[in-house]
Design a protein around this ligand. Structure first.
Ligand code: SF4
Length: 351
């Protein structure tokens, strides 16, 4: 595969002065431009080199699905090696756009309820391929309303961002450096991987983004059923308690959030025992910035079903009555298979 990351751009700009580098990145993040030829404040030779050796957007639209009722969009983007990646965009009722970006093609974790993991991991996305998803959505929004841009980013698409630590770290830092988005507009979501979670607490390069851990259950045997490829959930739960307290200390800004995400599945993790266990877990790490998001399951499998609204609300009430900020995430985009990996898994399985 042709190398396709920001290192190529950095190499091309190595001998250029700092202000030129700034102009190049400003142009790349400017939705009024679509081509290096339009960047007339840099030399002809540099424009030629950038066109030949770097290109502009390196993702190509393969399919766009739209759910006008939910104001949700989903694209399948073709990468330079022909592989496909999904990305989604949601408009909320305040008129803000959130882009849901992928960090990998496929996923090695294979949670039982997720389509992205069904066919395993193909490869990590490069920092540039991650940023190109963001740029794609900014261009998309610009055509609808030039006043608007992506307001928030969540890494909840295909893959686990912490399994592509450097790619995600570089991509996020690049976006923060060249847009008005701050680290609190960005959420990185992981299944929970000890080594990179420990690393980011003391990594000066790790951006101070919001963080979400897909907990799913505070009972180790239940979590084991949901995420069978990860071993020793009991020790992970102990680790997570300690880590969460450290996270709040290390990132002490009041807007810093840590969220525990729980995809609720009927008959597996939706009962009062699971709700109570999660409440006890949250109480031990309590901080005003802690959130629990309950996510009604998006159908990817006939065997698994979402609990009723009543059951989900009872689960939420257990947490809320115990003093924990707990929300039911509105499930958007089911009509267009916007749950992560649903669409690509149907198109890419034979690649
Ligand atoms: S839910 Fe996340 S970690 Fe689990 S298989 Fe899907 S993409 Fe991977």
């Amino acid at each position: 595969m042709k190398k396709n990351d920001f290192q190529i751009l950095n190499n091309l700009l190595n001998s250029e002065p700092a202000f030129r580098r700034k102009q190049v990145f400003q142009a790349l993040f400017n939705c009024q431009k679509n081509d290096w030829k339009q960047v007339t404040n840099i030399s002809k030779q540099l424009r030629k080199n950038l066109t030949e050796q770097y290109g502009w957007l390196n993702v190509e639209l393969s399919e766009l699905l739209e759910d006008p009722q939910e104001q949700t969009y989903k694209v399948v983007l073709k990468l330079s090696d022909g592989l496909l990646v999904e990305s989604a965009l949601m408009l909320n009722n305040k008129g803000n756009y959130t882009a849901c970006l992928s960090s990998q093609i496929g996923c090695s974790i294979k949670c039982i309820f997720c389509a992205s993991g069904k066919h395993g991991l193909k490869r990590n996305l490069t920092d540039r391929e991650i940023v190109d998803q963001f740029l794609f959505w900014n261009h998309f929004i610009y055509k609808k309303n030039p006043e608007k841009t992506v307001s928030n980013i969540v890494f909840m698409g295909m893959g686990d961002p912490l399994l592509n630590y450097n790619g995600v770290c570089n991509a996020v830092n690049t976006i923060i450096s060249h847009t008005t988005l701050g680290p609190h507009n960005i959420t990185v979501s992981t299944i929970g991987l000890k080594q990179p979670m420990e690393k980011l607490l003391s990594d000066p390069l790790w951006p101070k983004v919001r963080f979400a851990v897909s907990l799913h259950s505070a009972i180790d045997s239940v979590r084991q059923k949901l995420v069978p490829t990860i071993k020793d959930h009991a020790s992970f739960l102990l680790f997570l308690k300690k880590w969460s307290k450290e996270y709040f200390k290390r990132f002490n800004h009041r807007q810093q959030r840590l969220c525990y995400e729980c995809v609720l599945l009927k008959g597996i993790n939706d009962d009062s025992k699971n709700a109570q266990a999660l409440l006890e877990f949250c109480k031990e790490v309590y901080d005003i910035r802690l959130r629990v998001n309950l996510i009604p399951f998006n159908t990817t499998d006939d065997q698994l079903i979402s609990p009723s609204r009543k059951t989900i609300e009872a689960f939420q009430n257990t947490l809320r009555n115990g003093g924990i900020h707990c929300f039911i995430r509105k499930s958007k985009g089911q009509n267009i298979q916007a749950a992560c990996g649903q669409l690509v898994s149907s198109k890419q399985k034979n690649l």
